[in-house]
Design a protein around this ligand. Structure first.
Ligand SMILES: CC(C)(COP(=O)(O)OP(=O)(O)OC[C@H]1O[C@@H](n2cnc3c(N)ncnc32)[C@H](O)[C@@H]1OP(=O)(O)O)[C@@H](O)C(=O)NCCC(=O)NCCS
Length: 229
């Protein structure tokens, strides 16, 4: 299992155009449809990062890399059964987890949210836990739970088709406890400190979580992409 992270920053039009050439025509069309520059840059960076990882780890030429999507929109690499990945982006960060079994990752910038959301969407015990906290601690805990929940529905692959209150997390002396009524698979979770303003969770079927994330500087990724993709 490997986890990659890239911290993005605005780039000039020329580099943006060069990176666009590293991805497929379909992917380029999707990126060009974004109205906001930040969304386009996050989308482009995640596609470039993924293509770099696939070509580097599996030694596949970029123009032979093809992605499909399951019926819930989870992308997968076509033609390689034991290679699984998942992408997430939020604010300044683009992250990607890869493993030999299905995996899910979620990064979220901690920001002011209506905590009534947890009442509507989270499991009752999760909402009660959040209610027992105040101020920034509650906000942090909300995003801890949110990213754990997203990592699970993304590892499973059904995304939001899984009701967010049908499974729950609790913390026992720092250990993440997971309860789900309808999951026959065993899942494992880990959270990483990537940035004090963000929460990042990974859900995997394997247990060999890396101790550390592989950070790629944005300019390094851009030059690797221009060279190899
Ligand atoms: C798509 C979803 C699976 C994750 O979305 P998200 O957290 O907004 O976005 P992330 O950046 O973490 O992940 C997006 C990536 O997940 C991947 N993805 C899409 N559908 C997926 C699925 N069913 N399973 C796993 N991964 C999926 C894609 O690679 C996508 O990247 P792309 O759009 O650049 O191709 C889905 O859960 C969603 O729409 N969530 C909305 C957030 C929300 O309302 N959460 C409720 C908390 S109260």
């Amino acid at each position: 299992m490997k986890i990659y992270a890239v911290k993005i920053y605005p780039i000039d039009e020329q580099l943006f155009a060069q990176l666009l050439l590293c991805i497929s025509d379909d992917e380029q069309e999707r990126i060009k449809k974004f109205k906001k520059y930040d969304d386009a840059l996050r989308g482009l960076t995640s596609k470039v990062l993924l293509r770099y990882i696939v070509s580097h780890l599996l030694e596949i030429q970029n123009n032979s890399i093809c992605f499909g999507k399951n019926e819930y929109g989870k992308p997968y690499l076509m033609g390689v059964n034991d290679f699984h990945f998942n992408l997430s982006h939020s604010g300044d960060w683009v992250v990607c987890a890869v493993d030999s079994l299905p995996i899910g990752i979620d990064v979220e910038r901690i920001h002011d949210v209506d905590l009534n959301l947890s009442k509507r969407f989270f499991a009752k015990e999760e909402h009660n836990y959040l209610e027992s906290l105040d101020g920034y601690k509650r906000m942090e805990a909300f995003f801890e739970l949110w990213t754990l929940k997203e990592s699970y529905i993304k590892a499973d692959g059904r995304g939001l088709a899984i009701p967010l209150n049908s499974f729950s997390f609790s913390f026992d002396e720092g250990n993440i406890q997971f309860k789900a009524s309808d999951s026959s698979e065993k899942y494992y979770f880990k959270q990483y400190d990537i940035d004090p303003s963000y929460k990042l969770s990974v859900c995997a079927r394997n247990t060999d979580f890396p101790e550390v994330i592989t950070f790629l500087a944005f300019d390094e990724l851009a030059s690797l992409a221009k060279k190899y993709l």
